[in-house]
Design a protein around this ligand. Structure first.
Ligand code: PAF
Length: 278
């Protein structure tokens, strides 16, 4: 595995004219890798000749007062894990390398970004699309891998790729969980011991929601009971519990085809998200 910090060097290596028929898979991350990221890399390895993983804690997607500074970072450990998962090129640009200039152009996602995390993190998905577009232009990947834990992000990126004819194919990868059901997340290390013990309540609550859904309970009642379960079984504060259509992220109606039940819960130093597709 080669570690690359320069955009120009990576673009030279991956130049499509010299690639021939070799396919490239991209795994964009913000580092502090866990099994969820490694599952993305392993799937990319199975489906492509070359795997590129990026590690970049993207300031453009953090709002004022959010956890950009305290976001966990450990590049040395990440490099070992990435190599073990079969990554060929680990791209770790600096902020100056990625954002040397700012001409003020913004990418504004559509209504999918007004629900769920978009409502409580204004501008977050603008920043995600900005860095994702840059990564797509730098790597020019045949396939790009995103986890279902960030289901809203995935849905918005799929729309972006479709509507703007971007050349990559988005691959959805299922959420990887701890044994007790907590979704793997780099942010889990910022939970206190007590919060870590309570956090599986999020998954249990979503499973309760899925059971209620199967029993024909209304979306509103499901949201109420899922939020109550989390509040009763953890010290976390509910940011949202919401049932919407997926991937459109519009109001759920009984005639809707596929739904998502998603939640965000704030603990003292971190905010966790999870979801279940119904
Ligand atoms: O999901 C993430 O880790 C980030 O939002 C992404 C896609 C790497 C963009 O910074």
């Amino acid at each position: 595995m080669e570690i690359i910090h320069s955009i120009e060097k990576l673009q030279q290596i991956l130049n499509r004219n010299e690639r021939g028929n070799r396919t490239v898979g991209l795994v964009p991350t913000m580092g502090f890798l866990h099994e969820g990221h490694l599952a993305l890399a392993e799937q990319a390895k199975e489906q492509n000749d070359t795997v590129v993983m990026s590690i970049f804690v993207n300031p453009a997607q953090f709002g004022p007062g959010e956890d950009f500074e305290s976001y966990p970072r450990d590049t040395e450990r990440d490099a070992k894990l990435a190599e073990s998962a079969g990554v060929d090129y680990l791209f770790i640009p600096s902020v100056e390398e990625m954002y040397p200039t700012d001409g003020g152009i913004r990418i504004l996602p559509g209504p999918q970004a007004t629900a769920l995390c978009g409502a409580s993190r204004p501008g977050h998905f603008d920043g995600v699309l900005k860095v994702v577009l840059k990564l797509f232009n730098i790597v020019d990947p045949d396939r790009s891998y995103f986890g279902m834990k960030d289901a809203q992000q995935l849905a918005i990126i799929e729309t972006f790729v479709r509507d703007f004819n971007l050349r990559t194919t988005i691959v959805r990868v299922p959420t990887v969980r701890e044994e007790d059901g907590l979704a793997k997340s780099s942010r889990n290390v910022n939970l206190s011991e007590m919060e870590r013990n309570e956090a599986p309540a999020i998954r249990q609550a979503l499973e309760l929601g899925a059971k209620l859904f199967a029993e024909g309970i209304s979306a509103k009642e499901i949201e109420t009971r899922v939020a109550a379960y989390i509040t009763e079984n953890s010290s976390g504060t509910i940011d949202y519990v919401s049932m919407l259509t997926y991937p459109e992220l519009t109001k759920y109606e009984p005639s809707s085809k596929e739904a998502i039940l998603a939640c965000a819960v704030k603990f003292e130093k971190t905010r966790l998200i999870d979801n279940i597709i119904l």
